[in-house]
Design a protein around this ligand. Sequence first.
Ligand code: NAD
Length: 491
Amino acid sequence: MTAQPSQWIRNFVDGAFVEPDPAHAFDAVDPATGVAYARVHEADEQIVDRAVRAARRSLADGWANRSVGDRAAILRRAADLIEERFDDFVAAELADTGKPVTQARSLDVARAPMNFRAYADMVSATGQESYVTELADGRRALNYAVRKPLGVVAIIVPWNLPLLLLTWKVAPALACGNAVVVKPSEDTPGTASLLAEVLAEAGLPRGVYNVVHGFGADSAGAYLTEHPQIDGVTFTGSSATGTHVMKTVAPRVRPVSLELGGKNAAIVFDDVDVDEAVDGLSRSIFTNTGQVCLCTERVYVQRSIFDAVVAGLAAKAASLRLGVPMDGATTTGPLISQKHRDKVLGYLDLAVAEGATVVCGGGVPEMSDELDGGSWIEPTLWTGLDNSHRVMREEIFGPVAGLVPFDTEDEAIALANDTEYGLASVVWTSDLRRGHRVAAQMNVGLSWVNTWYLRDLRAPFGGVGLSGIGREGGESSLHFYTEPTNVCIQL
Ligand code: NAD
C-alpha cells in the first residue's frame, strides 16, 4: 500500500525537523488495518551524529546549568501543552498501535503529562546527601554530594506503550539537566516527533531533545548506542536487545538502565472472592492485547477454585470486543504487527504441540473487511502444561496465559519464582498476613497484592534477572540520570 508522500514522520535535530529523504524511508503501518499511513525518515549515521553533537552543544550552551526551577517550569508547560493537544497525541498513538481509544485516552496519553509534572515536582523537592564526619583525632568534616547531569543520554523505547514509556524517561532526564537523543520503535514513530513540537513550544532550548527514527542493527538504534559521545543509555525493550545494548556500551563503561521482558506470574489463593480475582486477572492478562511488560502469562490457582477461575476467565475472554480503535466500545486492539502475530501464533502452536488443552482462542479471529488486513489475534487461555514447557518459560507478549493448579502456599511461591525473569507478580488473597508474606517472597521488582499495574510514579520500577538492571521511578530516576560528586570540607 503506498502512503501519501505528504505524510512524513521526521527526525528532529538541534531544534528543527530534518528534511526527509525519500531514499531512506520506511512505512508507518496501522496495525488495525495493515495499511501504511505515513512514511518515516530513517536516520542515517550522519543524522544520529548530528543529534548527539547538538545534544552535547546544548549542555555547553547552558542547559546543564539552568536552575532546577527553570527546568521544572518547562516540564510543567510541556505537560499543559500535551493536554492542549491531547487529541493529536491520541490520534498519533492510535495510528501507530491500533489500541482502543478508551485506553489511549485513559492510560497512554494521560500518563504523559503526569510524567512531566511528577518529575518537575520530584526534582524540585529532592535534597542532597550530606554527612558530618567525626574522626578519633578530633577532626571534623562536612561531606555533601553535588548531583550533576549525566550529559547526553540515549533513550531507546519499544512499541507497546510508546508515549508513556518515552515520557517516563524523557521527563526525569530533562528534569536532571541532561540532553537526550531518543530512538522510538520503528513500529511506533508518531508520538516522539509530536513531542518534539510540544517541548520546543514549552521553551526547551534547541538540541536538548532530539529524535532519530529507524531500526536497531545497522540503523539508528545501533548508531546511537555505539556513538562515543553518549554518556548513558536508558533502554526499554526485549531482554535479547537489552543484552546487546549492554555489550555495546560496556567498553566505554557508561551507565545503562535496562527495563526488559517478563514472564509474570499471578497466584490465586482459594480465600479470594473469585469474581474479583477473575476481574483483576482479566486486566492483567488482556490489557493492551497482552502487550504490557507487566502482563500476566502464568496463572497459578489453588486447586479447589481452579475450575471456577478457568471458567470465569474464559467468560471474560469471550466478552472482550475486538474492533475499530475509535469505537468507544472496543476493549481490545490488534497485536503490533504481522511479524509479532506470527511469533505469538508460533507459541500457540507450540502450546498445542506441548500438550496444552486450549480453553479459548488459539487463532486469528474473523474481522470485518476494513480490519481484515490487521494483525488481530484471539485472546487465548490454556491448561494442562507446567513450568517444564517452553510456553510457560518464554515471554510471548500477547493476550495469552497458561493456568496451573497448586495445593500449598510454598508450592505456589516456588512455581511463581521458577523463572529466569523477575519483573512483576500479583497475589490474590483476602488474608492480609498471607498477602504481605507471599508478596515479599516474590523474586521480582514489582509485587502487587489484589491489584495490578497500580503505579505510584515515586516508587521504584524495574526488574531482576532477565527483566533488567537498575530501577527508575522517583528517587531511583533522579539517581540514574545524575552522577554525584562528593565534596568534603574539613571543618
Ligand atoms: P525490542 O528489543 O525489539 O526493541 C526495543 C527498541 O530497541 C526499539 O526501538 C528497537 O528499534 C531498538 N533496537 C533493536 N535492536 C537494537 C540494537 N541492536 N541497538 C539499539 N537499539 C535496538 O523490543 P520490542 O519488541 O520493541 O518491545 C517489546 C519488549 O519490550 C518485550 O520484551 C517487553 O516485555 C519489553 N518491555 C519492557 C518494559 C519494562 O519496563 N520492563 C516495558 C515495555 C516493554
